[in-house]
Design a protein around this ligand. Sequence first.
Ligand code: TRP
Length: 331
Amino acid sequence: MEKKRILSGIQPSGNLMIGNYIGALKSWVKMQEEYDCYYVLVDMHAITVRQDPKILRRRCYDFIALYIASGIDPEKSAIFIQSHVSAHAELAWVLNCITYTGELNRMTQFKEKSVKNIKNINAGLYTYPVLMAADILLYQAHFVPVGHDQKQHLELARDLAQRFNSLYSDTFTVPKPYIPKVGARIMSLQEPEKKMSKSDENINNYIALLDEPDIIRAKIRRAVTDSNTSIEYDNNRPGISNLITIYSIITEKSFDEIKDDFKNKGYKEFKDDLAEVIIEYLKPLQNNYKRIRNDKQYLEDVLKNGKEQAFRSARKTLSKVYRKVGFIQPT
Ligand code: TRP
């Protein structure tokens, strides 16, 4: 039986952090065994907000090295960069022509980002969900692992696939969201009501995958808790509950076990312990990263192979699409 296909992507913006690892990369690694996986770094999405070209270029290498350091194996999965496969932009155009502006007006992320980037509400930001649909549909992905904030975009990808299929004829696999079994949400350290984000302006809100031990200690020490004292998971106490969640995921201890372990102890002891737990957890990844990031030739080779693999699959879909909409095949 042929393996089902997975596609997922991350934008090269901000710093990959522990929430990305727990929420995405770790499950990407697992999925490699069971699925045919395509993992794309979406640099074309990143330029919908202003980027410093030098930083963007460096960050793309950093992120690819972190994908691999996390355990994504280029022998098993296609690891590639979106702008290396021009079919993404080409399919996005065709899909733009079957997307209604009404659909894009409803996108909550566009509305949020417009408020944040009031001076640069560009057309790319507006049609971003269509480019994302192209990323997915090009590869005929069956499943797309995405966080809650991307569900609406995935819904659009499904609608566009169905619309194209019924306007022309069966062309695209209609993708489904892939919800990981343990769906813990890691929240911001300083504002635990909001999700931990790699693009947060306040770097104290997240633990970056490449943070040094002393930085990790300082960030955890500063993490917001409350005036209570018990180390206990409680929906009304988002700060400590978030720290307990992180502790529980890393140590694989239940909330009850953690509560017992810290019965007569205070926040300080818990936080000190949590910091060390995180430091140990990230150590192998950080060591792998250093080795991989320094080997530029290896990274170039991975990207070249990834690009070739992606290109083959993407071109097949794109030429079908071009044929169906009535474009003459060039000779
Ligand atoms: N929009 C996604 C995000 O910001 C990133 C993304 C782009 C993506 N293309 C994708 C995710 C395709 C999954 C599949 O998180």
